[in-house]
Each structure stands twice: as structure tokens, then as C-alpha cells.
Design a protein around this ligand. Structure first.
Ligand SMILES: [Zn+2]
Length: 149
């Protein structure tokens, strides 16, 4: 049966994530993540999220602009990071789009440094992709380090 992840206080949209297509799972090393229960082709809209606009970061926010964040502790906030992700996030349209084929059972992943100036909780990435950047702390910090170097 198809159920919403979002409470009734959040308006519905035709592409919102639902329980027929996604599952939240716990993984021992990475915490919770979002698994796809269906296949997506490159270019498909994976989901359109929604949430509460905040002036502060939480573990479940993405940055819309400096000092403005959107908080979705239900789905978007649980998407794991990869340096070689299978989706890209359009933060203005609140859309996750497949940039690789996604199979039933795959984790949905995004690159946190595409939206976040500074991460709420920096971490050492273990995505094991050849282009893994290691410490993921936010695009402002990575950029600053590039300038210094
Ligand atoms: Zn990585």
C-alpha cells in the first residue's frame, strides 16, 4: 500500500516520496538511509521533497541559501552522501533527479557539498568511489582549503 512519509501538515505533491517507492533503513556504519524500491533511469525525477524553512541547520536540513535551510526529517534529511552519487539535488525546485541508473534496493545518494556551505556535522566519507574527497565538511571549507593551498 502506498503511504506518505510526510505528516498531513505538509502539502502533497505528485512526486513526493511514498512508501511504495522508498524505504528508510538503518545501516550500522552510516546511520539511516533511503533505499529505492523501484528502478529509475538517468534523468528521471526520483522525488520532490518538502519541509519546514528554518534559519538554522539541523542534521536533516539542506541549505537553500546562506542562512536559509529546509528541514525534512522524514526523507530528504535521511539521504546519504556519496562523492559519486546517483542523484543530483535541485534545492530551488526541491527535486532529486537520477544522474545514474538506480535499481530496486539501491541507496539514494547525493553530494552534500553541492548544497552545504558548511556541514552540520562534518564526517570522513567512506563511499569508496575513486573520486572520494575524504573529509566532507562543506563547499565553503573545501573551497577555502583550495585557496590556501
Ligand atoms: Zn566519498
Amino acid at each position: 500500500m502506498k503511504r506518505r512519509f510526510y505528516p498531513n501538515s505538509i502539502p502533497t505533491n505528485p512526486f513526493e516520496p511514498t512508501t511504495d517507492k522508498f524505504q528508510i533503513v538503518g545501516s550500522s556504519e552510516k546511520g539511516e538511509g533511503v533505499i529505492s524500491l523501484t528502478d529509475f533511469e538517468i534523468g528521471d525525477i526520483v522525488f520532490v521533497f518538502n519541509g519546514e524553512i528554518l534559519s538554522e541547520q539541523t542534521l536533516f536540513t539542506l541549505q537553500i541559501e546562506e542562512g536559509v535551510y529546509i528541514h525534512d526529517p522524514y526523507v530528504m534529511g535521511k539521504v546519504l552522501h556519496s562523492c559519486d552519487p546517483n542523484t543530483s539535488c535541485d534545492i530551488q525546485k526541491r527535486t532529486f533527479t537520477a544522474i545514474k541508473p538506480i535499481k530496486n534496493g539501491d541507496f539514494i545518494t547525493m553530494d552534500y557539498e553541492t548544497t552545504e556551505d558548511i556541514l552540520f556535522r562534518p564526517f570522513t566519507c567512506g563511499c569508496q568511489s575513486p573520486n572520494c574527497r575524504g573529509l566532507i565538511s562543506g563547499k565553503k571549507i573545501s573551497f577555502a582549503q583550495t585557496i590556501v593551498a
